[in-house]
Design a protein around this ligand. Structure first.
Ligand code: TRP
Length: 368
C-alpha cells in the first residue's frame, strides 16, 4: 500500500465552543510538540462541524460561530499553518461518501455498544426524546475522517478510544472484503494521568461550558482570577492555615501537577524547590489556600499570556485566518478525494474513472 510507511496524523475537534485549559493540557500542547518534533510527514487537524451538527441540529449558528473560535485557539497555542493542515469537515464531500460505504460494515448492535456514544446518549437526553440516526452513527463518520487522510496516528483523549477501536474494525473488515486499501490507525492518548482529564475549577470531573467551571484559553486575567479565587475547589477540611491539608482531589494541586515546573518556584515561590516540597508543607499544615491560589494564578498566567497575545494578533487579521482555513481545506479536499477514488476502485464502483468498464460490459454481453 502506498502510504503505509508514512507517518500521518489526523485529529480534530467539534466546534461547539471556545477551547479551554482542559483541551490545552489534554491535547493542544501535545499537538504542538508533535508538530515541532519534525517526526511526522503530515499533520491534519479537522474542525468536525458535521459531527457537531449531529447533536446540535437546531443550532447551526452555534457551530458556524465557533469555527472561528476554534481556529483562533489552534493558531494561538502555536499550531503553525506551515506545518499543519487545518480543514473543515463539511467541505470535504469524500468523507460523506466514505461514511455511507462504511455504514454497511458496521452493525447497529455494534454501534449500540460504543461506550462513549452510550454515555452521550444519556447526557443529551436522546434516550427519552428519540435517537437521531446521524448521531448514533457518528463513529462511522469519524472512521471516514481518519481513513480519508490515511492516518496511522490519531492523538485523542481517552474518551475517544472507542472511536478508534471502531475505526480499526471497519478498516480490517474493509480490507478483508475489498483487498488492502485502508490504513489501520492507532490512537495515542496522553501518558500522564493529570493530562487525561483536567477537572473543572469546581472539582467536577470535566470542564464543561454548561457547568461554568472552565478556564478558557481566551479568558482575561480578571476572569482567570475570579475562577480560581472565587470558584476553585480546595480541601473543605483545611479550615485554618495551621490545619493539615489534603492535596489529593484539591483542584489547586491538580492544576499545579498539570502545569507547573521547578522554574515557576524559583520565580514566584522560592521557599520551595518544587511541587513536592510545597505539597508536603500543605499536608503538614501551615500553608494557606490563599498563597497556593496566588501561585497557581501566576503559573496559569505564564501559560495563558503568550496564548492571549497570539490570539490578539490573529483576531486583528481574520482575513488571513480565513485564507489559512480555506487553503488547508482545499488541500484536504484533494487528499481525501484521492482516498475516495482508491476506495471506490476497490469496491468496483469506479465506472467513470476511465472508460475501461465499456470493454468489460461488451465482453460480458458477447459471452452470453
Ligand atoms: N469526536 C472528536 C471529539 O469529540 C472529534 C473528532 C471528529 C475527531 N473527527 C475526528 C478526533 C477524527 C480524532 C479524529 O473530540
Amino acid at each position: 500500500m502506498e502510504n503505509t510507511q508514512k507517518q500521518i496524523i489526523l485529529t480534530g475537534d467539534r466546534p461547539t465552543g471556545r477551547l479551554h485549559l482542559g483541551h490545552y493540557v489534554g491535547s493542544l500542547k501535545r499537538r504542538v510538540e508533535l508538530q515541532n518534533s519534525g517526526l511526522y510527514d503530515e499533520i491534519n487537524i479537522l474542525i468536525a462541524d458535521d459531527q457537531a451538527l449531529t447533536d446540535n441540529v437546531d443550532d447551526p449558528q452555534k457551530i458556524r460561530s465557533n469555527i472561528v473560535n476554534v481556529i483562533l485557539d489552534y493558531l494561538s497555542v502555536g499550531l503553525d499553518p506551515e506545518k499543519v493542515t487545518f480543514c473543515v469537515q463539511s467541505a470535504l464531500p469524500a468523507l460523506h461518501s466514505l461514511t455511507f460505504y462504511y455504514m454497511n460494515l458496521v452493525t447497529t448492535a455494534r454501534l449500540s455498544r460504543n461506550p462513549t456514544v452510550k454515555a452521550e446518549i444519556q447526557m443529551r437526553g436522546f434516550a427519552d426524546e428519540g435517537l437521531p440516526a446521524g448521531f448514533f452513527s457518528y463513529p462511522v463518520s469519524q472512521a471516514a475522517d481518519i481513513t480519508a487522510f490515511d492516518a496511522n496516528i490519531v492523538p485523542v483523549g481517552e474518551d475517544q478510544l472507542p472511536m478508534i477501536e471502531q475505526t480499526r474494525e471497519i478498516v480490517e473488515k474493509f480490507n478483508r472484503i475489498y483487498g488492502e486499501t485502508l490504513v489501520l490507525p492507532k490512537a495515542v492518548i496522553p501518558d500522564n494521568e493529570m493530562q487525561r482529564r483536567l477537572p473543572g475549577v469546581d472539582g467536577k470531573a470535566k470542564m464543561s461550558k454548561s457547568l461554568g467551571n472552565c478556564i478558557y484559553l481566551s479568558d482575561t486575567p480578571k476572569t482567570v482570577k475570579t475562577q480560581v479565587n472565587g470558584k476553585m475547589f480546595t480541601d473543605p477540611t483545611h479550615l485554618r492555615i495551621e490545619d493539615p491539608g489534603h492535596t489529593e482531589g484539591n483542584v489547586v494541586f491538580t492544576y499545579l501537577d498539570a502545569l507547573c515546573c521547578d522554574d515557576h518556584f524559583a520565580e514566584y515561590l522560592p521557599q520551595y524547590a518544587n511541587l513536592d516540597e510545597m505539597k508536603e508543607h500543605y499536608r503538614k499544615g501551615g500553608l494557606g489556600d490563599g498563597v497556593c491560589k496566588k501561585f497557581l494564578i501566576q503559573v496559569l498566567e505564564e501559560t495563558l499570556t503568550p496564548i492571549r497575545t497570539e490570539r490578539q494578533k490573529w483576531e486583528k487579521d481574520i482575513d488571513t485566518v480565513y485564507d489559512i482555513l480555506m487553503a488547508g481545506t482545499l488541500k484536504a479536499q484533494e487528499r481525501t478525494n484521492k482516498t475516495l477514488a482508491r476506495v471506490q476502485k476497490a469496491m468496483k464502483i469506479n465506472y467513470f474513472e476511465d472508460r475501461s468498464v465499456i470493454k468489460e460490459w461488451k465482453k460480458l454481453l458477447t459471452n452470453k
